[in-house]
Design a protein around this ligand. Structure first.
Ligand SMILES: [Zn+2]
Length: 190
């Protein structure tokens, strides 16, 4: 197993749709194991394959659900069904989101309250998960990665302006940037 560097906003693989997995072989199992190891080293709650530079439809997660139960899992080729996103302003105290590919920043964003995710695991076995609240937010965030969308692409006008300024300040608009979990300082101070 190996920890992979995490690529940063501006890297093309993050901004295009991930490809479906068709071969459920030892290589896929190894990649998924690497993704879990990389997620743990990064102190994150979810990681999508494009974030380690691989444009395939896989994400892993390791987080507490709404009932405080720790859930670790893997989705390959997922489909997400979400409730309607409320048409209200996000609460900066309760609805702030961050991303390992947008280091050291976070912004408020409205998300759907409930989702169901259907997919398979790395062996091709069907997996279904229904989630609410914060856990549903993680599922939407990771699923977005596989569509080539990052949470900062979804911000409302007010927060988008702040993001654009921070993006320019940090240079998160050009390819070639990455950071190494467990080696570089934790960008979120964990
Ligand atoms: Zn992310």
């Amino acid at each position: 197993m190996a920890i992979h560097p995490i690529v940063v906003y501006g890297e093309p693989v993050l901004h295009r749709r991930a490809e479906k997995i068709t071969e459920f072989d030892a290589g896929l199992a190894e990649l998924v194991a690497d993704m879990h190891e990389t997620l743990d080293a990064s102190n994150g709650v979810g990681l999508a394959a494009p974030q380690i530079g691989i444009g395939m439809a896989i994400f892993v997660f390791n987080a507490d659900d709404d009932h405080g139960v720790r859930r670790r899992g893997t989705f390959v080729n997922p489909i997400l069904i979400a409730s309607k996103i409320p048409d209200t302003r996000p609460d900066p105290d309760e609805e702030t989101e961050g991303c390992l590919s947008v280091p050291s920043l976070d912004f408020p964003l409205k998300r759907a309250e409930r989702v169901t995710v259907n997919g398979v695991d790395e062996t091709g076995k069907p997996v279904t998960l229904t989630a609410e609240g914060w856990f549903a937010r993680i599922m939407q965030h990771e699923y977005d990665h596989l569509q080539g969308t990052l949470y900062v692409d979804r911000l409302d006008k007010r927060w988008s302006k702040k993001w654009k300024r921070a993006q320019a300040d940090h240079g998160y608009n050009e390819p070639g940037r990455s950071w190494m979990p467990g080696v570089d300082p934790d960008p979120f101070g964990h």
